[in-house]
Design a protein around this ligand. Structure first.
Ligand SMILES: [Zn+2]
Length: 459
């Protein structure tokens, strides 16, 4: 029967679904998952996934493709190919470093046009919450954005000012009134600025000084303050790139007390420490900074216990000379780790193979829960009938070593070059189209804007 024929079948794999691991064939029709069956399915194309794991494509809540404005730092074409090669089939792009910053409807439209032309993967967008755009949050929200991003400390770029406590609180109140989520970079401006000035005045330029300028208390204090402000404002919040187990714990306690709050951590806080910053240099500079091995173990522990809500890359590549100019002065280096192509693969190599993270947990952390936080679920984030056929066929045991040749980013400064991995994507599918085959990404283009669904973001 013609009606029973599919465009594509992914056959024989072990699927990681919200209901657990099942052995079934996936029938894809018109870009969606149309059947999950243990019986044979007829199709024009078949991908043999026998002996393989099939994961939902990752949803990365935190990327900086810097386009429009700085396509030379990354851009949608290169960034989205790096994403695809890393198993990320939907990115949520941040509103800053691009020019203009996505703090107005016009700027959002410009970005959406460029991404619709150049992106290989599907995309959603954060809009900005800055001190001067509070009165425009409602019109921005109507554009199908995931929510608003605010900084509590200097953002690294002068055209994206941070919010002081008053501007943050008023912004949270405004966001709450329209049912929007606010994502926050939580570090104390007072502590990080004063410490940076003191260290630089002492002539410190070494790599350890970066971590000393942004100590754990600067992150913990800002998160506690944010929780108080958001609770009073009644606003759902998402705390980005949490680097410390004590911060995850503060957020978990707030949630237990009924507050609507989620958090993400990044692969670099799980796989690199302050010693790696010293060894690798500027390619491992980020904010919050890399922490100690003890913090890093605690963060793994929190993740394994299910206290972390999402894994994001905070992929933040910079200009070609951004890393070299920081070789002798860490404060001068570009801040931001280029990691979208490695994040999920690192979680497979170190989380699944070494730390007892189950594949079900991995799918929840990298796809299902981020899609829920972003309001993109159930269209994105899970292997269920009716969802987009965003699928990763995984050879769980293949061992390989990352070299610069693997990287699709425009500027290939990855802190993971030379690292041994275990786990590899044989196929990455975006809405049923193969966009990566055996590590090779397709040409850019074909990705679509995915509007956030109202009312799901805080589910
Ligand atoms: Zn970021």
């Amino acid at each position: 029967m013609i009606a029973d024929r599919f465009d594509l079948v992914v056959a024989g794999g072990a699927l990681i679904t919200p209901a657990g691991r099942i052995h079934a064939n996936v029938g894809v029709r018109a870009g969606r998952i149309a059947a999950l069956s243990d019986g044979p399915l007829e199709a024009d194309d078949v991908i043999d996934a026998t002996g393989r794991i099939v994961l939902p494509g990752a949803v990365d809540l935190h990327v900086h493709f810097n386009d429009p404005g700085h396509p030379d730092y990354e851009g949608w074409a290169a960034g989205s190919r790096a994403a695809a090669a890393g198993g990320v089939t939907t990115v949520v792009d941040m509103p800053l470093v691009c020019v203009p910053a996505a703090t107005t409807v016009k700027a959002l439209h410009t970005k959406r046009e460029i991404a619709s032309r150049d992106s290989l993967v599907d995309f959603a967008l954060w809009a900005g919450l800055v001190p001067y755009n509070r009165d425009h949050l409602d019109v921005l929200h109507q554009e199908g954005i995931v929510g608003f991003k605010a900084f509590m400390a200097y953002s690294g770029t002068d055209d994206y000012p941070f919010v002081d406590d008053d501007a943050l609180y008023e912004g949270l109140r405004r966001a709450a009134s329209i049912g929007a989520t606010v994502a926050v970079h939580a570090e104390s401006e007072a502590i990080t600025r004063a410490r940076t000035q003191r260290l630089r005045a002492q002539g410190r330029r070494d790599r350890r000084a970066w971590g000393e300028a942004r100590p754990p208390i600067a992150e913990l204090e800002a998160i506690e303050r944010l929780l108080v402000l958001a609770r009073d404002a009644g606003c759902p919040i998402h705390v980005v790139h949490v680097s410390l187990p004590e911060c995850v714990e503060a957020i978990r306690r707030a949630r237990q007390n009924g507050q609507r709050v989620t958090c993400e951590t990044c692969a670099h806080y799980l796989t690199l420490t302050e010693d790696d910053l010293e060894r690798i240099g500027p390619a491992a500079k980020c904010a919050p900074p890399l922490r100690t091995a003890l913090h890093h173990d605690g963060l793994w522990d929190a993740l394994v216990r299910g206290h972390v809500d999402a894994l994001a890359s905070d992929h933040a590549p910079g200009p070609a000379d951004g890393k070299t100019r920081g070789e002798d002065d860490i404060f001068e280096a570009w801040g931001g780790i280029s990691g979208i192509q490695s994040a999920l693969l690192l979680l497979l190599a170190h989380g699944v193979h070494e730390r007892g993270v189950s594949l079900e947990q991995l799918a929840w952390l990298t796809a299902t829960n981020p899609a829920r936080i972003a309001g993109l679920w159930p269209r994105k984030g899970a292997i269920v009938i009716g969802a987009d056929a965003d699928l990763l066929v995984v050879d769980l045991d293949r061992a390989w070593t990352l070299t610069p040749d693997h990287l699709y980013s425009r500027n290939r400064h990855s802190p993971y070059v030379g690292r041994a991995f275990r786990g590899w994507f044989t196929h990455v599918l975006r809405r049923g189209s193969v966009i990566v085959e055996d590590g090779r990404a397709a040409e850019a283009g074909g990705g679509a804007f995915v509007p956030a669904q109202r009312g799901l973001a805080s589910a």
